[in-house]
Write a protein that binds this ligand. Sequence first.
Ligand SMILES: CC(C)(COP(=O)(O)OP(=O)(O)OC[C@H]1O[C@@H](n2cnc3c(N)ncnc32)[C@H](O)[C@@H]1OP(=O)(O)O)[C@@H](O)C(=O)NCCC(=O)NCCS
Length: 301
Amino acid sequence: MPDVVVRPMRPADVPAAERLSAEAFLGVDRALRAPGDPEPQERPQPRAARWVARTLGTVATDPGGCWVAEDPGAPGAPDGLVGFATSMRRDGTWVLATYAVRPGRQGRGVGRHLLDAALTHSRGCLRGMLSSSADPAAVRRYVLAGFEMHPQMTLAGTVDRSAIPPGTGERVREGTSADTDLLESLDRRRRGSGHGPDHAYLQDTCRLLVVETRAASGYAYLDRESSVQLLAATDRRTAARLLWTALADGPEQQRVTHVTAANAWAVEIGTAARLALRTSGFLALRGMDPPAPYLHHGALL
Ligand SMILES: CC(C)(COP(=O)(O)OP(=O)(O)OC[C@H]1O[C@@H](n2cnc3c(N)ncnc32)[C@H](O)[C@@H]1OP(=O)(O)O)[C@@H](O)C(=O)NCCC(=O)NCCS
């Protein structure tokens, strides 16, 4: 890896990292595009702004988990940034949030050095989680780092409103920051660790739905399109109640993402709503089984 220095990420690096990541993921989407798929688009501005806000949060909470690779020929210049990896530690679980190398500089060992640097932040963590793209180079790096790959599925299409069960939305209420202890308990039950400061970010950017009865509880964060970003529940019935509520409240076209085989309940609901099922990347895990009933967040897992 000549001519590249790996150093801790600084807040000032984050906007250039966002552009690099948008370019790298557009490259993956183009390379893996199936016949008949629409032309992949670069990350739009509102999502780019959320990416920057979220990553600034990770750099602040986990400076030891966030690294960049820089070309010393152009230090500080936006195009001096060659790659980056951001990760966090939550209650003994290491989470890789995002990871990319500039197209044109890939396949020359930069990614290996970045992942090794980020993994130093996983010392003492028995569990690890990340959501992998289907890029064969990424998958190779994760398998070699000891992760087990669990295929992820996405359901997408036009929701058949006649399939929405009567009574959907009953016993589901809007959540607030006052629910955070409940959310943390559900996180620990399902994935072994809370989301800690990530709940504040999610509450700032998402709608929060909560079910809390004597027998069962669960929560879901929904984005502006009512698409579930993160869902955890004590049982499948509660998880189903939350997902149906999200589908009922959303627009015609919807997506349910990050579904693993352990979450067949979500495949059943998406299929009942006439959404089309396809595979999409992997949930990569170390020291744990795929959580269920649980739909993980793509970066905060
Ligand atoms: C994943 C990524 C960060 C890795 O960075 P990189 O600098 O390319 O990584 P490295 O060169 O250190 O390692 C890549 C490995 O995959 C191998 N590889 C590359 N293309 C491959 C392919 N098509 N099939 C199989 N292996 C492949 C390389 O030979 C190398 O293995 P080796 O070191 O044992 O020879 C980078 O490729 C990237 O940005 N991809 C697009 C964005 C992405 O998918 N990020 C991961 C998000 S979860």
